[in-house]
Design a protein around this ligand. Sequence first.
Ligand SMILES: CC(C)(COP(=O)(O)OP(=O)(O)OC[C@H]1O[C@@H](n2cnc3c(N)ncnc32)[C@H](O)[C@@H]1OP(=O)(O)O)[C@@H](O)C(=O)NCCC(=O)NCCS
Length: 210
Amino acid sequence: MIISLASLLESLPKVAHVEVIESIEAIFFETSTRKTFASVEDRHNFLYRYLGVYFKNPTFCFLALNPDLENLTESTTTAAINTHQNKMGTFIPRNILGYLVGTPVTTKEHYELHPYLELFRSHIDQRYPSHLHINFTQAARGKGTGSSLIAEFERALTASRSPGVHLITSTFSRNVTFYEKNNYQRVLEIDYQNSSLLMLGKIFPTLQSL
Ligand SMILES: CC(C)(COP(=O)(O)OP(=O)(O)OC[C@H]1O[C@@H](n2cnc3c(N)ncnc32)[C@H](O)[C@@H]1OP(=O)(O)O)[C@@H](O)C(=O)NCCC(=O)NCCS
């Protein structure tokens, strides 16, 4: 089941919000190559750069929940979560299998947080202003859920009239085939700090061309 972070937080008591955020952070660290930090502040800044900045607008953040809840329809989402909560006593972090955080517009703050974005700036500002980061816990990968999550995010973007979305990954990463399977095109490849960055993007049809 896919749910926006905004809807999930709304349906849960405030005390459970920390658990939700911490379980997203756990998935982030599972996939991150960087796991140790010089200080608490250093760790905090790292999390803010890749997650916290996106939580400011949770409408564009989506979560994939445990398959136990998968056969329920969207309208029963809240009921499902509440039932689950009652059963388990609380909303359990392991119910979150993967997340997508994104934004309809790449802002000045994103450029400041991620200096490499400047290299792609002309493409971003002209055609692909939206962007995303997506990660799943190991056991939940390869089951089509990442594709469902990306489709839900794109629906939110087109509803907000975004002209296009991009993401930056490593040229040689396995996830490139994931994005290509979801109809993202290779836009630009740039060498950066001893590696090669690849920008993939998708342009949404405008209302005129539909
Ligand atoms: C990339 C990812 C979000 C895709 O979600 P998913 O639910 O596994 O994707 P789907 O099942 O819809 O699509 C399967 C495709 O995902 C990719 N994929 C599957 N497992 C993967 C893994 N361990 N690492 C990277 N990509 C993977 C492959 O392209 C796969 O296609 P293939 O089976 O033909 O090789 C997820 O696999 C993941 O979190 N991977 C590790 C972290 C990562 O690469 N995040 C993206 C950073 S830009």
